[in-house]
Design a binder for this molecule. Structure first.
Ligand code: URA
Length: 483
C-alpha cells in the first residue's frame, strides 16, 4: 500500500503531481491511500504491504474535460475526494470515452461532486459578507469576513474575491483556512479559529437592501430556500428578516395592491391628457359603430384594471376583415403606444404572420382584455394574467368588435383569448391547432398558443419548438384571407 499525504494548502496541485507519479509507476488505485496532513491516516494499513504495481503508464494523458471535473472533486468533503479522481485517471488511460458514460458509478460520482462544489463556490461568492475593520497604513480600507462553506473551497474561490475586491484589503476566514488579500497580494493560510467579528453598520445595510428587493407577491419559499440555502443563513445578517418577511408576505401583497394607483408610469400623464375623459363618454349608450365602440371603450371602467393602466388599447383593423386575431391583453409597450401587439410579442407575431403569408394590415387585431394588468416592481411593470372576471367584463367590448367586424375566422392566441371567444379556458396546449366554434355557435375559432409563450419558453431549442408550433397552426389562416 502506498500512502500519499497531501498538504492542506495546495492540495490540488500536490495531488496532480502525485497522481502523475503514481500513474507513471503503475501503482493501481486500490493500492493508494490518500490523506491530508493532520488528518487521521491509517498508517498501520499503509505499512502493511508494499504498493502493488502493474505496467507503468509511460505518457499519461487525459481528455481536457477531466481536468475541471477532477479539480472540483478534489475540493469535496467526501473521503473519496482524492481516490476517486485517481481511479478515473487510471481508467482513462485505457478508455478515454468513459467520462461520457453517466451510468458508470465513478463518472456519476465525480459529476455529482463537481456539481456540489460548483454550487457551494457559487453560494460563497454570493453570501460572503464583509465587515469593515479599519484603514491600513497604506490607506486601504480593511475588511474581514467569516464564511462556512460545505466543501474545501477557499483556495478555489479566493482569486474571484481578489479580482472583485481588488481595491481593498480583506481577510476571509473559513473553518481551517484563511485567505488574506493585502495591497493586491493574495496569500493563503491555515487557521483554526473563528475571528472576532466587529458589529457592523453594513449589516443594517444588507438588511435594508434585502427587505427592499424582497417581493412578497413573488414569494416561493421552496425556490427561495434553494437560492439561499438555510445552512448559510446563520452568517447572513439579512437572513434574520426572512421569517418575518414570509409571515407578512400576504399582508404586504395586499398593501402593494392598494398602493398601485400611486405608481403611474412616467409617460402616463402625457398620454392620458390626450384621451377623452370618461365624463365626455356616455357609458349607457350602446355604440352603433366600431368607432363609437372605440371611443366608449376609452372611458371603460367595467373592472378595476382601468385605474392602473395608462389607456384602453382597443383593436385595430377594418370592418369586414375576414380574420380577427385575439390576444390576451396589452403589454407594457402596448399600454403606452395604445395599439395592440406592438411590443416584443407583437414583433414575433408580425414575423410569424409574414412567414405564413398573412398580411396583418388586412386583418383585425385585438385583445380579450383591453387594459394592461401588471404588478409594479421597482421601475418595471410586470405582466399579470387577467382573471376570469376581468375577461368576462371585457367581453362586452370584444363582442362589439365581433359584431361590427364580422370576421369569418377568429384566431384565439392563447388560453385567455380562447376563454373569451369560446367560453372555454381549458389547457391550450391540448387544443392548439384545432377549430372550435365561438360562443355564437357559428364563427369558427382557430386555437393556438400566444406568441409570448414562445418568448417565455426556456432555452433556445424549446423556443424553436414553440415557434414552429405557432407557425404550423397559423398556416391555416391564409385560407381565410381574401386574395
Ligand atoms: N400580448 C397580447 O396578448 N396582446 C398584446 O397586444 C401584446 C401582447
Amino acid at each position: 500500500m502506498r500512502s500519499v499525504i497531501l498538504p492542506r494548502l495546495g492540495f490540488a496541485e500536490a495531488w496532480r503531481i502525485q497522481a502523475r507519479q503514481l500513474l507513471c509507476e503503475g501503482v493501481v488505485p486500490d493500492n493508494v491511500h490518500w490523506s491530508v496532513e493532520g488528518a487521521e491516516t491509517d498508517l498501520f494499513g499503509a505499512l502493511q504491504s508494499s504498493a502493488k504495481s502493474v505496467r507503468p503508464v509511460e505518457r499519461p494523458s487525459v481528455p481536457a474535460s477531466f481536468v475541471p471535473l477532477a479539480e472540483a472533486a478534489l475540493c469535496h468533503v467526501s473521503p473519496e475526494r482524492f481516490a476517486l479522481p485517481y481511479r478515473l485517471l487510471w481508467r482513462l488511460q485505457n478508455d478515454r470515452e468513459i467520462l461520457g458514460d453517466r451510468s458508470d458509478k465513478d463518472v456519476a460520482a465525480v459529476h455529482a461532486m463537481e456539481k456540489s462544489v460548483r454550487r457551494d463556490a457559487h453560494k460563497m461568492k454570493a453570501f460572503v459578507r464583509f465587515r469593515e475593520v479599519g484603514i491600513s497604513d497604506a490607506g486601504r480600507r480593511q475588511f474581514i469576513a467569516w464564511f462556512e462553506p460545505e466543501h474545501v473551497i477557499l483556495e478555489r474561490t479566493a482569486p474571484f474575491f481578489a479580482r472583485r475586491f481588488a481595491d481593498m484589503d480583506w481577510l476571509i476566514v473559513t473553518p481551517g483556512y484563511a485567505a488574506r488579500f493585502e495591497r493586491g497580494v493574495l496569500d493563503m493560510q491555515l487557521c483554526n479559529e473563528r475571528p472576532d467579528l466587529p458589529d457592523d453598520s453594513a449589516d443594517d445595510l444588507w438588511r435594508t437592501y434585502y427587505a427592499s428587493i424582497f417581493n412578497p407577491a413573488r414569494l416561493k419559499v421552496k425556490a427561495m430556500k434553494s437560492e439561499m440555502p438555510v445552512k448559510y443563513w446563520k452568517n447572513l445578517p439579512e437572513a434574520r428578516l426572512i421569517p418575518d418577511l414570509i409571515a407578512n408576505a400576504e399582508k404586504s401583497v395586499q398593501a402593494m395592491r392598494e398602493a398601485m394607483p400611486t405608481t403611474p408610469h412616467i409617460r402616463t400623464d402625457r398620454i392620458v391628457a390626450r384621451l377623452p375623459s370618461p365624463s365626455e363618454i356616455a357609458p349607457d349608450v350602446v355604440p352603433e359603430t366600431l368607432d363609437e365602440a372605440r371611443q366608449a371603450a376609452a372611458g371603460c371602467s367595467r373592472c378595476d384594471l382601468c385605474r392602473y393602466a395608462t389607456q384602453t388599447v382597443f383593436g385595430e383593423g377594418a370592418i369586414g376583415s375576414s380574420v380577427m386575431f385575439v390576444g390576451e391583453q396589452p403589454g407594457d409597450i402596448e399600454d403606452l403606444s395604445g395599439r395592440p401587439f406592438t411590443g416584443p410579442a407583437g414583433q414575433l407575431f408580425n414575423k410569424v404572420l409574414h412567414e405564413v403569408g398573412v398580411d396583418r394590415s388586412r386583418a383585425y387585431v385585438t385583445n380579450a382584455v383591453k387594459h394592461f394588468k401588471f404588478e409594479p416592481r421597482g421601475k418595471r411593470r410586470i405582466h399579470q394574467r387577467p382573471d376570469a372576471g376581468e375577461v368576462v367584463r371585457c367581453r362586452w367590448w370584444l363582442g362589439l368588435e365581433r359584431k361590427f367586424v364580422q370576421p369569418k375566422l377568429i384566431v384565439a392566441l392563447g388560453a385567455t383569448a380562447a376563454l373569451a371567444v369560446t367560453g372555454n379556458g381549458a389547457n391550450i396546449l391540448k387544443r392548439h391547432g384545432t377549430m372550435e366554434l365561438a360562443d355564437d355557435g357559428q364563427t369558427p375559432v382557430l386555437l393556438t398558443i400566444h406568441p409570448s409563450a414562445v418568448l417565455r419558453s426556456g432555452n433556445a431549442a424549446q423556443q424553436d419548438e414553440a415557434r414552429k408550433l405557432l407557425v404550423e397552426d397559423l398556416r391555416r389562416v391564409s385560407a381565410y384571407m381574401p386574395d
